[in-house]
Design a protein around this ligand. Structure first.
Ligand SMILES: [Zn+2]
Length: 221
């Protein structure tokens, strides 16, 4: 079976997630909004009114995500169905262009800000050269998706049914795919639980994959 994961919003906690992923040989992609990163780190908001969430500085992004793929999360994280179509198209296209300029490779993936999508937005994602677009919905059968522009994960990483869903994907030798935000990991116990999850996944006879590879390489490659 294959394993895939992605993380949204480009925050400082991604650094600790990446340390854990590296220790266990796990792959992941990180969905970024380049319009929201400033020269220095800043506290963007408070998660659950307790934890300050810090955005990474633009100047550290290439180093932080070295060895991992980045994907487009739009330029500035708007609700894409609440702004004029031309503006939505610009958010999608310029988000991709900015990432490609900074990271120096073709950016193929997209994750919908707030999970919001509709047919017109899906067409914008497709026509700007993305091969998949992740929603915040859930599905039992991740891959191949009925619509790559509405690519639903199995679950959020803190889903109580995480291992049940993993087991169902394992039984059919499928793809198990989860997502989250690193700032949702608050306590040391949660960090340890997350590391145990990644270690347990990596110990399976399974292969971590980069998401674009699912869409671009023939089966078996
Ligand atoms: Zn987001």
């Amino acid at each position: 079976m294959k394993l895939a994961q992605c993380w949204d919003d480009g925050v400082v906690d991604d650094i600790r997630v990446i340390e854990i992923l590296r220790r266990h040989g796990a792959k992941a992609s990180f969905n970024l909004n380049l319009g929201l990163h400033l020269e220095n780190r800043y506290a963007g908001w408070k998660y659950q009114n307790t934890k300050e969430v810090w955005k990474l500085a633009s100047q550290e992004l290439v180093q932080v995500y070295d060895g991992f793929l980045v994907a487009n999360h739009s330029l500035n994280h708007p609700c894409l169905n609440k702004i004029p179509a031309a503006e939505a198209e610009r958010e999608i296209r310029e988000g991709k262009d900015a990432l490609e300029q900074l990271f120096g490779y073709a950016v193929k993936g997209f994750a919908y800000p707030f999970g919001v999508h509709n047919e017109a937005i899906e067409e914008m994602i497709r026509s700007t050269g993305h091969v998949y677009a992740r929603t915040t919905g859930v599905t039992d059968k991740v891959f191949p998706p009925a619509n790559p522009m509405a690519f639903h994960p199995h679950c959020h990483f803190q889903d109580p049914l995480f291992w049940e869903k993993f087991e169902r994907a394992r039984q059919v030798d499928g793809v198990f795919y989860f997502w989250g935000h690193s700032y949702e990991i608050i306590t040391e116990e949660q960090w340890q639980a997350f590391e145990q999850t990644i270690a347990r996944l990596s110990a399976q006879s399974a292969t971590w994959v980069d998401l674009p590879d699912l869409f671009e390489k023939p089966a078996g490659m």
